[in-house]
Design a protein around this ligand. Structure first.
Ligand SMILES: [Zn+2]
Length: 310
């Protein structure tokens, strides 16, 4: 990493379920990278999907971060502060304006297809742009709004090139429930905050490509210049994604079954191939070990895009 790079990253949990071991690893990695370079960390709870957000899940985020000893420099101090000042639901107007601009410039379009109607036509993966030329328009945004991804759009992501049109198709920016979709809200928030380091799971590689294309289409400056680290995922016992698994990998369940943060820090140290003699009891100790590992460590060589496997 360049000396002059002062990272500003974020922990951005989606509160559709309780935090799990994969989230903990993601937050720890972001924290280690950021504080090694004397950067700053923001907490952003991605509740743009307000209809699915449960109060106990929001409370669990703060409790779990405290349990792990993970602090942050900017963002909500607790659930009350989150609802009052930081909920993304309060930002829907600014997301809506971005979509309006895209609609005016014919870079996005209204779509009234439902998952059901698409399935009935045998369309399961990338959306093939059925409504592109229908000229649907809804003042009240009761339809979804999709971004046009021209044929053969390819996004260069360091080691790989993502074929966005084939893999993703015209993706949803605005949902028919009159809410911003994840990609739109996430990219606008990252850009507005000036986030320059995004640490996320490798499952989000295609999403990063989609967001880069969206950022480019919106004419954003900060997001396309960010440094992206995609890391391998912690899998469940049967190899399933933890966000889809139930129970045993949720941090609240781990706490109840007597697992301590020390076990999670050791797991993170193994993931990063850090040499440790003793059990790591707290995040500060793990940070010191990471800070002491030499610059030539492969994890510190990235610029632009870095992929690390588990
Ligand atoms: Zn449609």
């Amino acid at each position: 990493m360049k000396d002059a790079f002062i990272p500003f990253s974020r922990m951005a949990p989606t509160p559709s379920g309780f935090l799990h071991l994969g989230n903990a690893l993601n937050f720890i990695l972001a924290r280690l990278f950021v504080y090694r370079q004397v950067g700053k960390l923001h907490l952003r709870i991605d509740d743009m999907d307000g209809i699915r957000t449960r109060k106990e899940v929001i409370e669990d985020i703060f409790y779990s971060l405290d349990w792990l000893g993970l602090n942050w420099d900017t963002g909500p101090s607790g659930p009350e502060d989150f609802y009052a000042r930081f909920s993304l639901m309060n930002r829907m107007d600014s997301y809506g304006k971005a979509v309006d601009t895209l609609l005016e410039n014919k870079l996005a379009y209204a779509c009234d297809c439902s998952r059901k109607s698409l399935a009935a036509q045998g369309i399961m993966g990338a959306y093939p742009g059925l409504c592109r030329n229908k000229g649907l328009y809804s003042e009240t945004m009761k339809t979804s709004i999709r971004l046009q991804v021209p044929e053969n759009t390819k996004i260069n992501m360091g080691l790989r090139t993502q074929a966005l049109a084939e893999d993703f198709g015209d993706f949803v920016l605005w949902r028919k429930e009159n809410l911003a979709a994840y990609h739109l809200a996430s990219v606008l928030e990252d850009d507005a905050m000036g986030i320059n380091l995004v640490v996320r799971g490798a499952d989000l590689l295609p999403s990063t490509a989609a967001q880069l294309f969206l950022a480019q289409t919106l004419g954003l400056q900060n997001f396309p210049a960010a440094f992206f680290i995609h890391h391998g995922l912690v899998a469940g016992k049967k190899g399933e994604k933890l966000s889809k698994s139930r129970g045993s990998h949720a941090l609240c369940e781990m706490r109840e079954s007597g697992i301590s943060p020390a076990g999670i820090f050791s797991f993170a140290a193994d993931f990063l191939h850090l040499e440790t003699k003793d059990k790591i009891q707290d995040i500060e100790t793990l940070q010191r070990i990471f800070n002491d590992c030499p610059e030539k460590h492969p994890l510190l060589q990235g610029q632009g895009f870095l992929e690390i496997s588990i």
